[in-house]
Every structure is written in C-alpha cells, then in structure tokens.
Ligand binder design. Structure first.
Ligand SMILES: Cc1cc2nc3c(=O)[nH]c(=O)nc-3n(C[C@H](O)[C@H](O)[C@H](O)COP(=O)(O)OP(=O)(O)OC[C@H]3O[C@@H](n4cnc5c(N)ncnc54)[C@H](O)[C@@H]3O)c2cc1C
Length: 401
C-alpha cells in the first residue's frame, strides 16, 4: 500500500469531511486521505447533535464562530437543496423567563445587528401565534432563519461525493503519533503527507499534543442527554424553543427541537462527564483518561471557576427526570412527566479549558506547524458553520499548498 498523500485529514466528522470537500474543490488532482478510527463517518458529535442550523445570534462579532455560522448555514442549505437532503427552515424563539435575563436579550439583539442576522423582539401575541404553548416571559426573540436538517444524511452524502472524487477513506484506523511533521503513525502503519489537517473532534487536542501544540489546554467533556416528547405532547412544539443562555458559558441550555423526522427532542444537558466518548454509564471509559478528566473536574469544582460548582450541581441533577422537567417547564409551563419519554440520543461536547485563564474556551481555536493545522474546540455550532469553516481552514494554509 502506498500511504503517501498530498493531504491527510484526521477525522471523518463534519469538519474533516468539509475540509476534504474544500480541498478537492480547489485541487481536484490531489491525493487525499481521510483517516478515521471508527468504521463509518459521523459516529461522534457530528452524528449525535440536535441537527439545528443556528442563525449565529449567540456569537460576538469578533469571534470565528460569528464569521462562519450564518454563511455556513446558507451553504449547508444550498448543499441540502442540490443533494436532495431534507431540511426545514421554520425559525426559532428564544425566551427570557426572568427579568435578570433582559441584559442578555439586549446582547443577543446586538449580536444579531452586528452580524447582520435577522432577529426581532416579539410580543406575547406574536409568540402565541408562533409557539402557542411557550412560556410568556418578560421578552422573546424570533430568529426566522434557524433551520433543522437531517445531519446524518449530510455526512452520508459527503462521504459518497468524496469517494466518487477519489478521496481515500481509511476506516478503523487510529492515529497514535507522528514523526518529524512528515509521517503520521496509525494503527494501520505510517502515512506521509504534504499537509495534514487534524479534525479529530474530541481527540484533536490529544493529537495536537503529538506536535507539541495545544499545550495551554485541557479537555473536559460535557454529556448531553435528551428526552423526547410523547405522541400526545408532540404537537405542543411547532419548531424550536430555546432559553436565553448564560452568555458567559458555551452551552445553550436545554431546548425543544422538532427534528426532520417530526419527533420533538428536549435537551441536551451539559453534564460533566469522565470520558470523551462516555455515552452510557460505563461505555467509552478508560481508566487513564477517566483519571485525568476527574482530576481536572475536581480542580474546577474546588476552585469554583466560572461558577462551576453551581453548573455541576444543576446539570448532574438533570439525570433525574423531575429536575429535567423543572428546567423544561421554564420554557413550557404545561409540560408534565408523562409528556417526556426516554430516548437513546446522547452526545458529548469536547470542551477545552484554558490552563492560563482557567476559563472554558468559547471559540474555535486553530494552531499549526509548518505542515499541519489543528482544529481545536470545534464545539457548537461547528455543524452549522462547517462549509464556511472549512473554507476558512483551507484559506489559512493557502500559502503552503
Ligand atoms: C449534544 C450535542 C448537540 C449539538 N447540537 C448542535 C446543533 O444543533 N447544531 C450545530 O451546529 N452543532 C451542534 N453540536 C456541535 C456539533 O455537532 C459539533 O461541533 C461538530 O459535529 C463537530 O464536528 P467534528 O468533525 O469536529 O467532530 P466529530 O464529529 O466528533 O468528528 C471527529 C472524528 O475524529 C475521529 N477521531 C478522533 N480521534 C481519532 C484518532 N486518534 N484517529 C482517527 N480518527 C479519530 C472520531 O472518531 C470522529 O469521527 C452539538 C454537539 C453536541 C455534542
């Protein structure tokens, strides 16, 4: 096997797939490999998200997220139209449920104005027309461009397109090290590259550390569990109902989403977890990884940075259905325990913590060597923005290509 490539991309999640899509668009004759440790693409965050294409209202205009979210959503919709993938653009409401949230409402409206995103404050009458069962609080925002998409279909179609264009996929192939910024060590032997893109999601920081990068960061996983609305409660939600988030944190708060299948999901939580792929109770746990993460969580708990103690207590409490319901009822007061049915859906956010500032990193981070670029902290809305993000990533190394 000749494992020598112009470009090697690590990770067949949405970021790795769209980077390869952008590379092949610019260099149709290049030899490109995608190395993926699982047997198929999209087995982690890209196959486990809410499927919401965010409008970009949450992100300050100076962030990478703001630069690629709205433009990425437009490109994703164009892709869906061309490829016949289901999506629905029905907008979302963001609800303030207490007076204390009004300053955050102002900030969101300001973001929308600066990022040129359509968003408007609506009154109770308008809210009742859009989402009749939503809580009537002190303020509500309507974002008409928010959409939902069949994210599994996007991943599946990208794989087909890339394979048809000659991109080579190496599944069940785990990256375990590197040599001299020229060779990648994997469970299937050495790969040499002209340029490498590390898009390994929850393990991107681990791989970056093989290159002496990402030294300022440590990863803390946050688990997102969901409930589903029962068939009788399902019609209570028309599209998307979100809370006003705590804008100092990278989490949006549990929300209602009517997905493409017509089911309505309620979630996700942001529960501190002890494994990067710890989806079940013990699934995806390793002693070493669990030990390192537990130690970091303990430090954050003891230092109480970012008000972590309260976040941990609140979120861990959501393993309990009644506590989960309590959070959901802030958005929909008539919801009952019987309206919520269990679901297997669960995802993990690979959140980086900055060791210098001791804060949760809010934005994407790009680090590089002469021959490699590493995409760190590709948290939400990296699915939404992926096509535009990939363009920005490839632009960063244009001089080296
Ligand atoms: C619960 C939840 C809900 C979300 N909801 C939304 C939403 O509604 N809208 C939105 O825009 N975003 C959402 N997101 C965020 C979004 O899903 C992610 O930002 C995005 O999918 C990240 O893509 P990725 O390619 O970086 O990571 P991934 O999809 O995790 O892909 C990384 C890939 O790298 C592979 N890999 C890792 N290590 C190695 C190795 N050593 N060797 C080889 N391969 C390796 C993994 O197996 C994986 O396939 C959500 C995330 C979560 C967890």
């Amino acid at each position: 096997m000749n494992n020598s490539f112009d470009f090697v991309v690590i990770g067949a999640g949405i970021v790795g797939l769209t980077v390869a899509y952008e590379l092949i668009r610019r260099k149709p004759n290049a030899r490109i490999a995608i190395i993926e440790k699982e047997a198929a693409p999209g087995m982690h965050a890209s196959g486990r998200n809410s499927g919401v294409m965010h409008c970009g209202i949450y992100y300050g205009s100076d962030t990478l997220k703001a630069r690629v979210c709205a433009s990425g959503a437009k490109r994703m919709i164009e892709f869906a139209k061309t490829e016949g993938i289901s999506y629905r653009q029905t907008g979302k409401v963001v609800l303030a449920t207490s007076e204390e949230q009004l300053s955050s409402v102002e900030k969101l409206i300001d973001n929308a104005r600066k990022n040129e995103i359509p968003a408007e404050l609506i009154d109770h009458q308008q809210l009742r027309e859009i989402e009749p069962y939503a809580a009537m609080g002190p303020a509500a925002i309507f974002c008409p461009t928010t959409a939902v998409i069949d994210s599994a279909a996007v991943v599946h179609r990208l794989r087909e397109i890339l394979q048809a264009q000659g991109v080579e996929f190496f599944f069940d192939c785990c990256v375990i090290g590197q040599d001299n910024d020229t060779y990648l060590k994997t469970s299937q032997g050495l790969f040499s590259y002209g340029f490498l893109f590390n898009c390994a999601g929850a393990y991107a920081d681990t791989i970056a550390k093989y290159f002496d990068l990402a030294e300022d960061y440590v990863l803390v996983p946050f688990k997102g569990i969901y409930w589903k609305l029962s068939p009788t409660a399902n019609p209570k939600v028309r599209s998307n109902i979100y809370p006003v988030p705590d804008i100092s944190l990278p989490f949006l708060g549990i929300h209602f989403t009517r997905v493409i299948s017509g089911d309505v999901y309620l979630g996700p939580t942001a529960i501190p977890a002890v494994g990067r792929e710890n989806y079940g109770k013990l699934e995806g746990l390793s002693l070493l990884e669990g030990g390192v993460i537990s130690l970091q969580l303990l430090k954050m708990y003891l230092r109480n940075e970012n008000n972590f103690r309260m976040l941990a207590h609140l979120e861990l409490g959501k393993y309990n259905k009644s506590n989960f319901l309590q959070a959901a009822r802030k958005l929909m007061p008539t919801l009952t325990l019987d309206d919520m049915i269990p679901t297997e859906k669960v995802g993990i956010r690979p959140q980086l913590v900055n060791l210098n500032t001791r804060k949760l990193e809010m934005d994407y981070i790009l680090e590089r060597t002469a021959k490699s670029l590493h995409v760190l902290n590709a948290i939400s809305p990296a699915f939404t923005g992926s096509f535009a993000f990939a363009e920005m990533i490839v632009d960063q190394v244009t001089g080296s290509l």
